[in-house]
Design a protein around this ligand. Sequence first.
Ligand SMILES: Nc1ncnc2c1ncn2[C@@H]1O[C@H](COP(=O)(O)OP(=O)(O)O)[C@@H](O)[C@H]1O
Ligand SMILES: CC(=O)N[C@@H](CCC(=O)OP(=O)(O)O)C(=O)O
Length: 303
Amino acid sequence: MSLNLAQAKTTAEVLTTALPYIQRFEDKIIVVKYGGNAMTDPELESSFARDVVLLKTVGLHPVVVHGGGPQVDNLLKELGRQSDRIDGMRVTNKSTMDVVEMVLGGSVNKSIVSLINKHGGRAIGLTGKDANLIRAKKLLMSTTDANGQTSDIDLGFVGEVVSVNKDVIMMLIGSNFIPVIAPIGVDSEGNSYNINADLVAGKVAEFLQAEKLMLLTNIKGVMDKSGNVVTGLTPKKVDEMIEDGTISGGMIPKIQCALDAVRGGVKSAVIVDGRVPNATLLEIFTNEGVGTLISRDLGAALS
Ligand SMILES: Nc1ncnc2c1ncn2[C@@H]1O[C@H](COP(=O)(O)OP(=O)(O)O)[C@@H](O)[C@H]1O
Ligand SMILES: CC(=O)N[C@@H](CCC(=O)OP(=O)(O)O)C(=O)O
């Protein structure tokens, strides 16, 4: 495609405006979590893939961690099965784990890889099992009832991240690849664990000491009871909002991992509306961003 002079002038202006941001983020690692709910529109999927390729091309190092919860739900439904969720976590028995691995490590991972490659990137797909990328252990969860009684909940093969093999990711980044990671972990016995993709993205960002953790979802940001986007959340405020039901479901692990990541050394975490075209670029190349920002200073000041 060639541009006429007027178009070229506009493009030149845009590129000039982006220059300080490109310089600020040059050589920096940006972990982008691409949620299953943000994957529903082919146009937006292409926009996401192009954004990631553009970031890499101008010298940033995007690392993609993806979800795919709705896609797992769809296959389970087709198979005439279902799974419960507790606080946003899928209760995962052995046969559900097989489906999770098939969908997240298979079709979802490969379609993101293909799309990025179609747009000129060098994406490489991995699950946490490849090169023991994500070491995991069983997630232990407990609940407290109205009488203050605490009881354990068994979520089956749901895991939490123990460690991330940073060297593998750095090697790929150094060879100009864009890692695309499915949220499946492995323990020392070779057992697979289904891990919430936000938690994986947070830990990957922490182990890499990323400049930014971007969590793409299908909502404007964290909303209060009136539906207004909230920024500058404190852990205390988050607890209150979970307690009174303002924050629920998948937003619970999302906001918690954003807070954990900034406390763990990631410069900033942001919950971004993935339904906005070019959301990833807008977040990097504008001061305002497009979601709920949790900065390191804020995280440190409030912890
Ligand atoms: N206070 C809140 N603000 C925004 N979203 C919330 C809130 N509480 C619950 N949610 C829900 O969390 C969802 C995002 O989590 P999730 O569905 O797991 O997204 P993803 O698949 O992108 O990880 C939103 O679509 C919304 O339905
Ligand atoms: C334990 C657990 O709940 N795992 C998630 C993993 C995928 C995921 O997190 O996908 P989204 O980001 O699209 O929600 C699941 O099985 O749905």
